[in-house]
Design a protein around this ligand. Structure first.
Ligand code: ADE
Length: 286
């Protein structure tokens, strides 16, 4: 299993955390390769403007299609091989800020998958555009995305990206506009970190213990209940007796009850999609 992530942003340093911790480990083990690209490398002119005022008026700026179009073309063309850029595959950042025109040679040498003839839809890379106007990101989407070979993230800033970029990209990508929650961030970068972490941890071999994500909150539709470790008594607070009983059936039942109660309290909306047994209903009534 191998996954490639490419991120296009005007703030490449924002994506630094991708090389740390779990994702860094996946990179070292060659399960994952990551390329971070500066959108300005595709911006013509001395000022390298990437945005302009919106048609129809209104506040803010919109990111220019003439900059985004070629960036997404080049990255799609380079495919899984990756397009120079700032690779995050080593612990030491190599800040080779080669300009995009110098890097083109690299793209042309690489296998130009999908350039000729009919393209099978499933061969197209997945383009994720983080936006508060997107479909809500869920654990189920993370699960789906974890089977992808090549995911490209397009980070918009300001008031977003000219919609024609997204519409046109559908020729070369399967496109999803995704929101990580009902709040507005300054740009898509942090959303990319969130989505990448949720996705990469589900790739087999990334988490040591396979079970650990099968039992996550959400995988059974419920929030996870409380957890405890040693010591048994801390600051006068005791670990619930049942967890020390050694009776696995009793422990499982207690954990399920705790998950049900917590979900009812914090996310009653989730309960509507869970198949509740009579025993579950009883637990919820007490
Ligand atoms: N960009 C700005 N806000 C966002 C959100 N909530 N989700 C994804 N991308 C965003």
């Amino acid at each position: 299993m191998n996954m490639r992530l490419d991120v296009v942003t005007i703030f490449p340093e924002y994506l630094e955390p991708l090389r740390h911790a779990l994702l860094g480990k996946a990179i070292e083990r060659n399960i994952l390769s990551v390329g971070v690209h500066n959108l300005r490398d595709w911006a013509p002119g001395v000022h390298q403007a990437v945005d302009d005022s919106p048609y129809g008026g209104g506040p803010g700026m919109v990111m220019k299609p003439q900059v985004w179009g070629p960036a997404l073309d080049d990255i799609a063309a380079a495919g899984m091989d990756g397009l120079g850029g700032q690779s995050l595959d080593s612990a030491v950042p190599h800040l080779d800020n080669v300009r995009h025109d110098q890097k083109l040679g690299l793209a042309e040498e690489s296998s130009y998958a999908g350039a000729v003839g009919a393209v099978d839809e499933s061969d197209k890379p997945l383009l994720i555009v983080p936006t508060p106007a997107g479909e809500p990101f869920t654990q189920q989407m993370a699960q789906e995305f974890s089977h992808e070979g090549h995911i490209v993230f397009a980070c918009g800033r300001y008031e977003g990206i000219d919609q024609r970029v997204v519409d046109d990209a559908a020729n070369r990508y399967r496109v999803r506009e995704v929101s990580i929650g009902d709040y507005v961030l300054i740009g898509g970068e942090v959303a990319v970190l969130v989505i990448a972490e949720a996705v990469v941890r589900l790739i087999p071999g990334v988490l040591g213990n396979r079970k650990s994500h099968e039992e996550d909150s959400f995988s059974d539709g419920l929030l996870e209940g409380p957890s405890y470790t040693k010591p048994r008594i801390w600051r006068g607070l005791e670990v619930p007796e049942v967890l020390l009983s050694g009776n696995h059936a009793l422990v499982d039942r207690w954990r399920r009850d705790q998950a049900l109660k917590r979900t009812a309290e914090r996310r009653p909306d989730l309960l509507e999609t869970v198949n509740l047994t009579d025993r579950d209903r009883e637990a919820l009534e007490h």
